[in-house]
Design a protein around this ligand. Structure first.
Ligand SMILES: CC(C)(COP(=O)(O)OP(=O)(O)OC[C@H]1O[C@@H](n2cnc3c(N)ncnc32)[C@H](O)[C@@H]1OP(=O)(O)O)[C@@H](O)C(=O)NCCC(=O)NCCS
Length: 189
């Protein structure tokens, strides 16, 4: 069970046990994990197994779960190339957070944008949220380019730390208002 989302080139669907190898392969890459806050390095199959188990618990917890964690599959193979999350959902305030990663060989081909936009559409149009908070570590120009194109604004800077390489860095906090996303979506069509 669980939510699945189709886009023209991708399927976003719940993580499954058989994804352990692909998940570990994708995240056990310091050039990628250095842009994520909470991914340990090295990243083993037992980390991957634990994460998938946790995702299952979260999605089974309630009709209004605190998070939706999606594996990103490319069509038509299907093959898992990354993950995208809508988390920290506050159903009363109608806000949420989240993150994304695309495995190295698949970066720079528009998949990140496509998956993130599908996640945003789901959050606003299906769940009725009105505001999404995200962020990126200083220097991650690709992530910022992706977010800016979708309507995110930078609203703050906070001190942060990357678990994978232990470095202290600045996180740019970003915010997407539903109205900004709607205006950008309208302009694009
Ligand atoms: C950030 C990430 C999710 C983006 O996904 P992606 O599939 O690589 O990105 P896309 O191909 O969709 O590109 C999105 C936009 O980024 C920009 N971009 C692409 N490559 C870039 C580069 N090397 N430098 C700067 N901007 C770049 C472009 O504006 C692109 O839009 P356009 O070419 O359609 O105009 C992915 O690169 C990734 O997983 N990186 C490592 C982990 C990470 O940074 N996660 C996000 C943490 S905040």
């Amino acid at each position: 069970m669980g939510v699945s989302i189709e886009t023209s080139r991708l399927t976003l669907r719940p993580w499954r046990e058989e994804d352990v190898e692909q998940l570990a392969l994708g995240l056990n890459d310091l050039s990628l994990a250095r842009w994520l806050a909470f991914v340990p390095h090295p990243y083993s199959t037992s980390h991957a197994r634990g994460w998938i188990e946790r995702c299952r618990e979260i999605s089974n917890a309630s009709m209004r779960p605190p998070a939706y964690e999606f594996a990103i599959e490319i069509k038509p193979r299907p093959k898992v190339i990354g993950g995208v999350s809508l988390n920290k959902i506050d159903w009363n305030a109608r806000t949420g957070g989240g993150g994304i990663w695309i495995a190295n060989p698949f970066q720079g081909q528009g998949y990140g944008f496509e998956a993130f936009e599908a996640k945003i559409r789901f959050a606003f149009c299906e769940l009725g949220l009105s505001k999404l908070v995200n962020g990126y570590f200083d220097g991650n120009e690709r992530s910022w380019a992706m977010q800016r194109k979708l309507g995110y604004r930078r609203v703050a800077e906070v001190a942060s730390r990357c678990m994978a390489d232990g470095r202290h860095t600045t996180e740019h906090v970003t915010l997407l208002l539903r109205s900004d996303w709607e205006n950008i979506s309208k302009a694009a069509t």
